[in-house]
Design a protein around this ligand. Structure first.
Ligand SMILES: Nc1ncnc2c1ncn2[C@@H]1O[C@H](COP(=O)(O)OP(=O)(O)O)[C@@H](O)[C@H]1O
Ligand SMILES: [Mg+2]
Length: 367
């Protein structure tokens, strides 16, 4: 089973850099998402691994075999890379039935009729579309069409499956359902998934590891939980999590190996890092997830309610704090009147300290 390695991979289109010196190791059987805002280089990265786009520089190794090297002049064509694709526009052939759509690729690979029948039966069962075998795409819902497209991609048993925003054309409910299915499919097929999305929730919930990019540059490559708890810089911190993290302006003074005094919103507290702090600049940004921004009667900081958004299971409260709007999320349904005054506290073990100037994470720790 293939492990995929990218070494110093760069892609330029004319003068603009789409992917900038990317180094990435995709372990066997992992579910990796390439995540980031539109135009950050996700699709280009995927296409380069697949062989549909030629990198300007670098090396790509799949399963121990160099499939691309600018230095050695190697460029293995896509059909020799043993990979499958599922793109955003998963056009099925309209004049072919579900069965024919799935069989087409296998016939091209010269599979015999019996083997094709067997494989398609397996796939139809796996994707729960047995009863649609004889239908045409126009007789299927969007979700069913998507399942057929997945079956078609999985048919020849690719060891690596590439998916470029495959759920973006589906409605919200179906998207959630398909996420569940994809996660099961990953285990059932025992293959490596490389998945492109701009949706951080999709990346968080699906993947074993997330590769977050911005402007062609890798920002962080880590497990979803690591990324959520210890975002490597302010960009990652802002991108991961919804509602987004609060960033409070603060000043810091180092007081010990793992501790510093942090002043913000008129408070001074001791920040204790989970590991030694290194250099701490004076200007810092304190990152507080909305769930750790607590509203309580004896909280030391006053804020006023900007708006309250109860969603049933939790309530998002937007607050005016100094000149800024901050966000608190409370479990359960609460309705604070607009402009009422509340008291806030920031405490817990999941606080983040960033350098305001460089945006780099100084440490995670507790307040
Ligand atoms: N064929 C191309 N020619 C010129 N520029 C391109 C081409 N494909 C992509 N780009 C540029 O490269 C950057 C990354 O694009 P892409 O990988 O499609 O981003 P994403 O998939 O993250 O939205 C963008 O700025 C895009 O405009
Ligand atoms: Mg794209």
């Amino acid at each position: 089973m293939p492990e995929i390695i990218l070494k110093n991979v760069t892609k330029r289109f004319g003068k603009s850099v789409a992917v900038d010196n990317l180094n990435l190791t995709i372990p066997t059987r992992s579910f990796i998402t390439l995540l980031g805002p539109s135009g950050c280089g996700k699709t280009t990265t995927l296409r380069m691994i697949a062989g549909l786009e030629t990198p300007t520089e670098g090396e790509i190794i799949i399963d121990g075999k160099t499939v691309f090297s600018s230095e050695k002049g190697v460029n293995v064509p896509p059909n020799k890379r043993d990979v499958g694709f599922l793109f955003q526009n998963y056009a099925l052939w309209p004049h072919m039935t579900v069965y024919q759509n799935i069989a087409f690729g296998l016939e091209n690979l010269k599979w015999d009729k019996k083997r094709i029948r067997q494989r398609i039966d397996e796939l139809l069962a796996m994707l729960k579309i047995e009863e649609y075998e004889k239908r045409y795409p126009s007789e299927l819902s969007g979700g069913q069409q998507q399942r057929v497209a997945i079956a078609r991609t999985l048919a020849p048993n690719p060891k690596v499956l590439f998916m470029d925003e495959p759920l973006s054309n589906l409605d919200a409910k179906l998207r959630t359902e398909m996420r569940t299915e994809l996660k099961r499919l990953h285990i059932d097929t025992d293959s490596t998934f490389v998945y492109v999305t701009h949706d951080q929730l999709e990346a968080m919930t699906l993947s074993t590891k997330v590769c977050l990019m911005e402007k062609g540059l890798l920002q962080q490559y880590a497990s979803p939980l690591e990324m959520y708890l210890r975002p490597a810089n302010l960009f990652v911190a802002d991108f991961m999590g919804s509602p987004t993290m609060n960033f409070l302006k603060a000043t810091a003074k180092k007081t010990g190996d793992c501790t510093c005094e942090v002043s913000f919103c008129g408070l001074t507290r001791t920040f204790t890092g989970s590991k030694p702090l290194g250099d701490v600049p004076e200007q810092v940004t304190l990152g507080v997830r909305p769930e750790f921004m607590t509203i309580r009667p004896d909280g030391p900081v006053k804020a006023s309610v900007y708006s309250t958004l109860p969603a049933g299971m939790e309530t998002t409260v937007k607050l005016r704090l100094g000149g800024e709007i901050v966000t608190s999320v409370i479990f359960g349904s609460v309705d604070y009147p607009i402009d009422s005054e509340v008291s806030l506290d920031f405490c817990g073990s999941d606080m983040l300290l960033y350098s305001t100037e460089s945006g780099a994470l100084i440490a995670d720790g507790s307040l």
